[in-house]
Design a protein around this ligand. Structure first.
Ligand SMILES: [Mg+2]
Length: 158
């Protein structure tokens, strides 16, 4: 991933969340991973957290309270978050979910593999794609630069 912005993971399953974390670590993705357990929490994070917006959202579809599709509908209706690419990362290979996700503007739809090696390969492709692709800058590049410097310092200290 090219920017120092966080990656937001909306995932209710602890094991799946750990698997994503493990894969990103193995792929040397340095972006902070922010994990939220349902759509409501993820939306709250987007709306209330100060600092850079995520460069990418990895979205599980089946979640309690607010599911992935409802979350997607909410953020795509909001000018502030519409440009953030969202990748559905789900166990559902249902056509209806795929169609609904693309209608609501997902950038990609990945079916989670139970095989870790295969899952890692999926995440590698996601990382490479979003490393190559140009992405929108923040409305305030100066602030972004400052936050980037800050996170570099943090990384150096840790
Ligand atoms: Mg789930």
């Amino acid at each position: 991933m090219q920017s120092a912005k966080p990656i937001l993971l909306a995932e209710d399953d602890d094991i799946d969340a750990m698997t994503v974390k493990r894969a990103l670590k193995e792929l040397n993705v340095a972006n902070q991973l922010v994990r939220k357990c349902d759509g409501e929490q993820a939306l709250e994070y987007l709306r209330e957290h100060e600092g850079p917006k995520p460069c990418l959202i990895l979205l599980d579809l089946n979640m309690p309270k607010m599911n992935g599709l409802e979350f997607l509908e909410a953020i795509k209706a909001d000018e502030k978050f519409r440009a953030i690419p969202v990748i559905a990362l789900t166990t559902s290979g249902e056509q209806s979910d795929i169609i609904a996700s693309f209608r609501l503007g997902v950038a990609g739809y990945m079916v989670k593999s139970v095989d870790y090696a295969q899952f890692l390969e999926t995440m590698r492709v996601v990382d490479e794609y979003w490393s190559l692709s140009k992405m929108p800058e923040s409305a305030d590049p100066a602030l972004d630069h400052e936050l980037e410097t800050l996170s570099q310092i943090e990384n150096a200290v840790l």
